[in-house]
Design a protein around this ligand. Structure first.
Ligand code: AMP
Length: 460
């Protein structure tokens, strides 16, 4: 039994079998260092980033402390954004599968308050959400934290950056003193140190090496003139031909312009930024995750919490001023042992930013000549999947299996023509092979799911 095997932990057979079924063969470094302390009930400061396996670090550890017979919130996870909360919620749901009768509720803004209130009333053991909405629930007394056993502050540095310090403190005031507190943060500035001091009790600190290594992320920098940015971006696509890419921009306007430019050059792209309505943001994220869109043009804030496992490339249309943001951006590629590429465009006046990255990474940046890019004008990105939206969701007690059953049964599709299925509260999204779209639309013209007529439309 090796030290990084899950079976070295005091977990139940069902829990171990569940981890096995999820394909988690061994612990990631943060899990190997962190889970034993979490299981022992200790407070923890973990310097780890999204992608390191941090959610399972607290998920596996805290699950054992939950009493399913007590119908109150026992674990509260605070996240900076709705997307991250969503991602954390999904990961925790997978982990609690092995323990019957544990309910999880997502408490994020932008979603109807009533549903959340009802879920809380019916008894939820784990609550995951954003500080603002959780504070709302506390103020309206729809959430009671008196029975809380553990509090998790996820991406604590981001939460402080986003100005949540006061709200977090107000939430903490409503939790029992003897709770267990776990704080996860990619960075450890003074503000976090201060918070740790006031909120944690004799914490253990664990830290993992930066999760991306040179061998995994190939980085290259291209100096261009301002007017050459668009064309060089296209040249990067034609040369590297990545399957899935996030292009980072500074502003919302730039995101829209760059996405439009790529679209007009046969590279289907979607823009995502803070101005989109929550529903549109969800749709863009769903389409990217289900492979019906493979190029996303994003601002930093909008890209937070993207749940993408196999991103081939990150392209910086403009370099950020802060080298830490650069490292955070490129950390989205090359995960889990895969090779990723990180490509950056910069103009003469941004040379200082390249210098800052060099100093931060403590190694020279490789500057390449854009003229040396091998262009293939025929290169195009047209995903083979498309996304269909149907007007039934969790509220209608629809599960992925019901949709899959209807499409492979009555509608006559092959399983391979159906991709990821995402169920939301009142609607669901299904990735479908474009070749089978007509068949699906025809089926939904009068077909049913679980005896219910369903309206369907294509959103990509
Ligand atoms: P996180 O850092 O929590 O965002 O996790 C990143 C991804 O790694 C998630 O998609 C998890 O499902 C996955 N993951 C977490 N722990 C393991 C593990 N021990 N083995 C394989 N995959 C894992």
């Amino acid at each position: 039994m090796s030290g990084d095997s899950f079976s070295s932990l005091p977990l139940s057979k069902a829990q171990l079998a569940n981890l096995d079924s999820l394909g988690y063969q061994k612990m990631t470094p943060i899990q190997a260092q962190g889970i034993p302390h979490v299981l022992q009930g200790k407070d923890l400061i973990a310097q780890a980033k999204t992608g390191s396996g941090k959610t399972a670090t607290f998920g596996i550890g805290l699950l054992n402390h939950i009493n399913p017979r007590f119908f109150g919130v026992q674990v509260l996870v605070l996240c900076p954004t709705r997307e991250l909360a969503d991602q954390v919620g999904k990961e925790l749901r997978k982990l609690v599968r092995s323990t019957p009768n544990i309910k999880l509720v997502l408490l994020c803004g932008g979603k109807p308050f009533g549903f959340q209130k009802d879920s809380l009333k019916h008894g939820a053991h784990i609550a995951v959400g954003t500080p603002g909405r959780i504070q709302d629930h506390l103020t309206r007394e729809t959430l009671n934290l008196e029975g809380l056993k553990a509090l998790v502050l996820d991406e604590a540095d981001r939460m402080l950056d986003m100005g949540f310090a006061d709200v977090i403190n107000e939430i903490i005031e409503q939790t029992p003193e003897n709770r267990q507190t776990l704080l996860f943060s990619a960075t450890y500035p003074d503000t976090i140190k201060k918070m740790c001091h006031s909120v944690l009790h004799e914490p253990v600190t664990v830290k993992v090496e930066a999760e991306h290594h040179d061998s995994v992320i190939e980085q290259a920098f291209y100096q261009v003139k301002e007017h050459q940015r668009n064309d060089t971006l296209l040249a990067l696509f034609e040369h590297y031909q990545p399957e899935t890419t996030v292009v980072f921009c500074h502003t919302k306007i730039q995101c829209n312009e760059v996405a439009r430019f790529l679209d007009s050059h046969n590279i289907e792209a979607l823009a995502i930024h803070g101005d989109l309505e929550q529903r549109d943001r969800d749709q863009v994220l769903v389409r990217f995750a289900n492979k019906s869109c493979s190029v996303l043009v994003a601002t930093d804030v909008a890209a937070r919490g993207l749940d993408i496992k196999s991103l081939n490339a990150v392209i910086n249309f403009e370099l950020p001023r802060d080298p830490e943001i650069y490292v955070h951006r490129i950390g989205r590629t090359g995960r889990a042992g895969e090779t990723g590429i990180a490509l950056s465009l910069f103009i003469d006046s941004e040379k200082m930013r390249v210098k800052a990255v060099e100093e931060y990474q403590d190694k020279p940046c490789v500057i390449e000549n854009p003229k040396a890019l091998n262009r293939d004008a025929k290169f195009a990105v047209h995903p083979i999947m498309a996304t269909m939206q149907i007007d039934v969701g969790r509220k209608n007690k629809i599960r992925a299996g019901d949709i899959l059953g209807a499409l492979t049964g009555d509608a006559g599709l092959a399983g391979s023509q159906i991709g990821k299925i995402d169920i939301f509260e009142v609607q669901s999204y299904i990735a479908i092979d474009r070749k089978a779209l007509r068949k699906v639309l025809d089926y939904f013209a009068d077909g049913k799911i679980k005896g219910r007529s369903v309206r369907a439309r294509m959103i990509s």
